[in-house]
Write a protein that binds this ligand. Structure first.
Ligand SMILES: [Zn+2]
Length: 175
């Protein structure tokens, strides 16, 4: 049985007051910033989520749970497709504005939530993006490029694309 899709929007603050849960799936194609990273658009791949909303002992309105997905990304070493399993633990506390986030206890990430409906898809997208490494790569031994060859080539590419890196190299070699 396919996992039912979750609604795009939900009233996060109300859910916390009533101790609500949201479980289900989101199509990765509905998350534009994930689709942009993905090598497999239109595949019907999904993220699944289990989120518990509640008010904790310190009166924070919190969202806890996990977001899971199997993302098809481009390996930044061999440029071939790779699968990144993501299992993101969610520990969010709701705040009214960005300014409140630094004063939250360490165990929370902050999420700005106003009155009324919030975008659940955006929450899922944010959690997935945070789980993607800056330069995703195949694990050692699974990459099409051997490590010894790759490290030199990648370095050369980076320097060609970045004029400042070239400048730094010139400076470095003259000293
Ligand atoms: Zn690779």
């Amino acid at each position: 049985m396919p996992t039912p899709r979750v609604p795009r929007q939900a009233d996060f603050r109300k859910l916390a007051v009533f101790g609500g849960q949201i479980e289900g799936a989101v199509a990765l194609d509905d998350l534009p910033r994930i689709s942009a990273e993905s090598m497999e658009s239109g595949s019907g791949a999904e993220a699944t989520l289990q989120l518990q909303f509640r008010i904790d002992d310190e009166r924070y309105k919190v969202i806890e749970g996990r977001v899971q997905a199997s993302l098809s990304l481009q390996c930044q070493r061999c440029l071939g497709p790779m699968t990144l399993p993501v299992d993101a633990q969610v520990h969010l506390a709701m705040v009214w504005s960005e300014e409140e986030i630094p004063s939250l206890p360490q165990r929370f990430e902050g999420i700005v939530v106003g009155e009324g409906l919030s975008d659940l898809y955006e929450l899922v997208e944010e959690e997935l993006l945070l789980a993607i490494p800056l330069a995703p790569r195949h694990p050692e031994g699974e990459c099409a490029l051997r490590q010894t060859v790759e490290s030199d080539e990648v370095a050369d590419d980076d320097e060609r694309e970045n004029p400042f890196a070239v400048l730094a190299k010139i400076k470095g070699s003259s000293s």
